[in-house]
Design a protein around this ligand. Structure first.
Ligand code: SF4
Ligand code: SF4
Length: 373
């Protein structure tokens, strides 16, 4: 295979460090690659397990089967020099779709401090180490993407991705405004092929409908009673918070996972008692910057494609794309309110930053037609 190009734009000019006391990514049960298994088989036989995922893989055991990795002690890795490749990669994710792109995980607090190592240099080393896996994934992804584009053309729902991205880019501030989001959501449901050109804010947005869309997007990812699948939010004091939604009771329950894998109950509320709070201009700016990141992410485009395929190519690509970005913005607004409700993060820029830290790992975890390697 010829050399492939890698898009590093997500990490360009950024820094990343791993502040002491975090350990959040050690809750993610890292996969152990075939070439890494021998070390664990010979030295830590009991700590190598099959993951409980639909497509099982070998992984490191978790404390009590649900907490952090068994090798995490005092929030430090006990096998640092032998840690699996997936641990070394964090907070970089290599997405292979119809090209290769490095995406930065904004749930890692170490990428927000402005200190640490040059992210571009670290990402380059990580790509180099993952070369074999990337080449295998390119082969697989290229046939999946070819089939997807073929299906889109057949169904007449193809749009130009460059145009979609530049339209969002030209309207970034709109995606932080509820009136504009209301108009985008309406158009994505009503117009056969929507466009952002000339789209006006909805002067009387149906707030109940927007609240419902925001709540259900956020609740969908928290709808579990299994701590293993619950999204983690590592807060400013390094607590590992888990919010789990019980859909039948309409509750959201807040727990903190301790270092031994025990859950400490902290509180619960009716999910519909938490409502979106108006964004201050500085919170809007933080959200705008994040929408810009999402708009550049191939994994988000891959998620839109996966949804289109799931919905049997009923929606035009433009509707699916703008709808997905709008839903992400609403989800974030709701999560910021939820974090303020439980933890008291306020309603300004800091609140939106915390909502992004909570949300981004979920975002990167969304199903996509390409793959992270
Ligand atoms: S999430 Fe980031 S800061 Fe936290 S332990 Fe992992 S790499 Fe370090
Ligand atoms: S091996 Fe080390 S770095 Fe990897 S998840 Fe376990 S404790 Fe964390």
């Amino acid at each position: 295979m010829d050399d492939y190009e890698v898009d590093y734009s997500d990490v360009e000019g950024r820094k990343a460090e791993c502040p002491e006391g975090c350990g959040m990514c050690c809750l993610c049960q890292p996969e152990v690659l075939p070439e890494e298994r021998l070390f664990f088989r010979e030295n830590h036989h009991k700590d190598l397990v099959k993951s409980r995922t639909a497509d099982p893989y070998f992984a490191l055991a978790l404390k009590k089967g649900r907490g952090s990795c068994v090798f995490l002690n005092g929030r430090r890795c006990g096998i640092y020099n032998k840690r699996p490749a997936y641990c070394r990669q964090f907070p970089y994710h290599i997405y292979v779709g119809d090209r290769v792109k490095v995406e930065l995980d904004l749930s890692c607090r170490g990428v927000w401090t402005g200190r640490g190592n040059d992210a571009r240099e670290e990402a380059t080393q990580i790509v180099k180490a993952a070369d074999g896996r990337i080449r295998d994934a390119i082969k697989e992804a290229s046939s999946v993407y070819k089939q997807f584009y073929h299906n889109c053309r057949d169904a007449g729902v193809m749009s130009d991705q460059v145009v979609l991205r530049s339209s969002v880019s030209d309207n970034l501030a709109g995606f932080t405004d509820l009136s504009y989001l209301g108009a985008v959501m309406d158009a994505s449901q009503m117009e056969p092929v929507m466009t952002l050109d000339g789209l006006h804010k909805n002067t009387a947005p149906d707030m109940a409908e927007l609240e419902e869309a925001a709540r259900s997007a956020a609740a969908e990812s928290m709808a579990t009673n299994d701590p293993l699948s619950a999204p983690i939010y590592c807060d400013r004091e390094w607590n590992w918070n888990m919010f789990m939604v019980n859909e039948s009771e309409g509750n959201v329950e807040w727990n903190v996972m301790d270092d031994e894998g025990d859950m400490i109950f902290k509180g619960e509320s009716k999910i519909d008692s938490i409502q979106i709070k108006p964004l201050s201009p500085d919170a809007g700016k933080v959200l705008e910057d994040y929408i810009k990141v999402l708009n550049g992410r191939d994994s988000l485009m891959g998620n839109v494609f996966s949804l289109m395929d799931y919905n049997e190519y009923e929606d035009d690509m433009a509707n699916a794309y703008y709808g997905c970005i709008s839903t992400a913005a609403l989800d974030l607004m709701w999560r910021a309110s939820m974090l303020d409700h439980f933890i008291g993060v306020g309603t300004g820029a800091e609140a939106m930053k915390e909502a992004i830290i909570f949300y981004d790992m979920d975002r990167l975890d969304a199903p996509a037609i390409g793959a992270f390697v």
